[in-house]
Design a protein around this ligand. Sequence first.
Ligand SMILES: [Zn+2]
Length: 487
Amino acid sequence: MPKLRRKLPMARITSFLAPALLSASLLSPHHASAQVDEQTRKLSHDIFQQLIEINTTDSIGSVSAASKAIQQRLLNAGFVPSDMYLGGPNDRKENLVVRYRGTGKQKPILFIGHLDVVEARREDWTTDPFKFVEKDGFYYGRGTQDMKESDTILATTLIRLKQEGYKPDRDLIVAFTADEEGGSSNGVDWLLKNHRDLLNADYVLNPDGGGVDLEHGKPVSMDVDATEKLYGDYQLTVTNPGGHSSLPVPDNAIYHLADALVNLQHYQFPFELNSVTRAYFDRLSTMETGDRAADLKAILQPTPDLEAVARLSKNPEWNSMMHTTCVATRLQAGHANNALPQMAQANVNCRILPGHSLAEIRQQLIKIFDDPKVTVRYVSDAGEVFDTAPDREQLPPPPLNPQVMAAVEKLTAKFWPGAPVIPTMSTGASDSVYTNAAGMPSYAVSGIAIETNDVRAHGKDERIPIDSFYRGVDFYYQLVKMLSGGA
Ligand SMILES: [Zn+2]
C-alpha cells in the first residue's frame, strides 16, 4: 500500500478546466515528452528490470537481494561504503540506507522507498509477474506501480547526480526498505528503532503515494499526500455453549454478532477535518459548481452543515476523508448445519483519522456494539491478536512544507501544465506513519502519472506506461535538485 489514486468525479474535472486550457490541451501535447537522455534511459531501464526480476515478496522473496543489487550499483557509481548501511532483523529483510553528502547548508532530506511487493501468482497473470515485460507501451511486472518504479527512480537519481559531480546543499538520504506490504520486519520501523541517527532529516519524501491522475490521457491533478489515515483491524468474537439446532434458544452467537455488525452499519463516525483535508475541500469548492460547490463551502464553515456533509458523504472517497470508517470485512461462524453455533467471529477494518489512536477506536467500537458478549480484540499488521489495542495514532498533519509545495507546483506546471497541485490525505496507509510519528513531517510526492481507471497496484497484470516512467525519472531528478540548491 498505498498507491490509492483518488478517482475524481467527472463533473469536477470538466468544470475546472478553463475553456482556454481545454482547447490548448487538444491542440498540443498536454505534457512535454520525457527529456531523459539515452544513458539515463538505459540506466533506469536496467535498474527497473533488475528490481522487478528480484522477487521481494514476504513468502519466498528476498528484500536483501534487491538492497544488495542497488548497493552494488551505487558502489560502481562512486558511492563509498562508509556512506552506506545494509542491515535488518534477518537475512531476507535487509534494508539499504545511503547518504549522498552535501554541504550541510540545509538539514538533510530523507527519501523512503519500500522494496517489497505484494504476492503475485503466475496463473493469475497474463505475463510472468517476476519478469520485466515490455508490451503495448507498458512495462509489466509486480511492483511496476507499487513501488519499484520509484525505487528505480531514487537509485537512478542518486547515480545521475553522482556522475555529474553534483554537490547538494544538504545531505540526501535514501532508505530502501522491507515489509511495507506485510510481514513482520517493517524496515522503516526497524531502522528508526535501531539506527535512528542514519535517518535524521528535516522532512521525508515518500513516493509511495500521491502522483498525477490522468483521465483519458489528460493530467487532472497532481496529488501530494500530506497526511494519511491509520489502518486498524479488530476481531469480534462471540462464544456460546451451542447445542442441538432442534432446540434453539435466544442466546445465539451468530445473532449477537449480527446485531453488533448492524449497529456498526448504522453508525457514522463524527465529521472531522484537519489542515490537509480542509485545504483539499477548500480547493475543490472553487473547482466545483452549483449545489456541490455550495455543499463544499457549507462543510468548511465554523459550524459545518451536517446535511451537506451527509450529501457529500455519498461519495465514498469524500466520506472516507471526512470520517473514520470501520467496516465488516470477514465473517465466520458455526461448525455444522444442525448445531447451534459455538463461535461467531468477524473482522472489522478501520481507517482512522489522524489524531485518534487504535486504542480509542477499539473503545468506541465496544460502545457501538453495545453487547458484553461481543469481545473486541485488536489484530496487528502481522496478524497477531491482542486483547487491547496500542495507543499508536497518526499525528495530526503538520503544516504543508512551503519549500516542497513550491517545488512541486513549479515542476507540475512544467511537466503537466494545467494540472492543479492538490494536497490530500491518503485513505490508505504507508510507511510515512513511522516517520511522521518520529517527528519528521512526511509527504508522498511522485512524478508518476497513471490513468485513474488503471490502478493495478496489488492486482494482476500490474503495469506502468513506459512514457510515464521516464517522465517520472526526470521529474524526481529535477525535484531533488530543486530542493537541494541545484536549480
Ligand atoms: Zn506501496
